[in-house]
Ligand binder design. Sequence first.
Ligand code: ADP
Ligand code: MG
Length: 397
Amino acid sequence: MAFTKKTVRDIDVDGKRVLVRVDFNVPIKDGVVGDTTRIKAALPTINYLVEHNARVILMSHLGRPDGTGFQAEFSLEPVAAKLAELSGLDVSFVADTYGEKAAEAVAAVEPGKVLVLENVRFDKREKKNDPEIAKTLASYGDVFVLDAFGTAHRAQGSVVGPAAYLPAVAGFLLEKEVDTLTGIFAEPERPFVAIVGGSKVSSKIGVLDHLIDSADTLIIGGGMAYTFFLAQGLSVGNSLKEEDWVERAGEMLKKAEEKGVKILLPVDNRVADHFGEDAVPEVVSSDSIPDDREGMDIGPKTEELYAEAIKGAKTVFWNGPMGVFEFDNFAHGTEAVCRAVADADCTSIIGGGDSVAAVNKFNLADKMSWISTGGGASMELVEGKALPGVEALNDAE
Ligand code: ADP
Ligand code: MG
């Protein structure tokens, strides 16, 4: 599916004031920026605008301030410094977002230069999508660019507001994310193998449902597998289970069968007598989980089965770890699947916060075709929902 909205390529930015909503929501501790993935992900758009002589005004949220004004730990000042360091561009920062100081700083931005505004969430009107905020922000620019994929699913002031007053287009990150994550439902190269894990069926129902419409094979792992086991009449001991979702899980298995989608569930499991870092894994087959044990990871036979299915794939979408990968004793299944995806000759797309953390933990990020920068936003796309931020942009001609 082609991206249907205008992008920065479609407009003239020479000498213009370009207001860009980025996602600079990075981890910060004691004023030091940790992971810089999100800053780097915004660089293609920022560099393009600078190269095309725009006056670039950047805005973002950071963390969850209470919305009553400045809070040092959520200031974007260290992020602006990090952006200058990573990009080599002329970046300035103003400790204001909606006031006179911000307006003055915006007026002073020269072509080819970059200004970072203070955290949009220091004012609670941002989250309420207050029209006053939208108007103030819109007054800073001649055009609005949305590149904050990670917040594009939230209809908040700085995400959707300026689009009501200014020409509004997508940045490169937003375009690539939406293209990639909707592309798996349009024309995936087949076989398309989807892998879904994580703790709960209930949180992934929309994802599973939509993937069954498109995938050839659906691999299920993680805590959610046990609710599917219950639907098959197996006993699961103390494993994570959602009794209220057993019927729904059974319906999903039926839907897959009707559509000719192959579902793979674990054939064996690493179980433990308690949930903890120090728990010792024992391998049991799926039809003989003892009453006093809980499933913490897929087992070695399942790893082989899943790796074999992934090996033949041309497209892989993966969301959700296969086990409690935070504990080294139960990270094996997730690592095996991750390596199989990395080794396969396929387009590999990874979405979801914990799955991305797992890929990074195993140092396999550079072996993947695309790692989504947005947890919630990527899940909404994979559920088949439209993102309010994207909806608000101008349609491509
Ligand atoms: P993502 O963030 O990639 O979408 P989720 O948030 O859905 O993934 O799930 C990740 C969580 O699922 C991890 O914290 C992991 O420990 C947990 N999990 C995986 N397998 C199990 C299991 N068998 N029992 C309990 N929790 C599990
Ligand atoms: Mg998660």
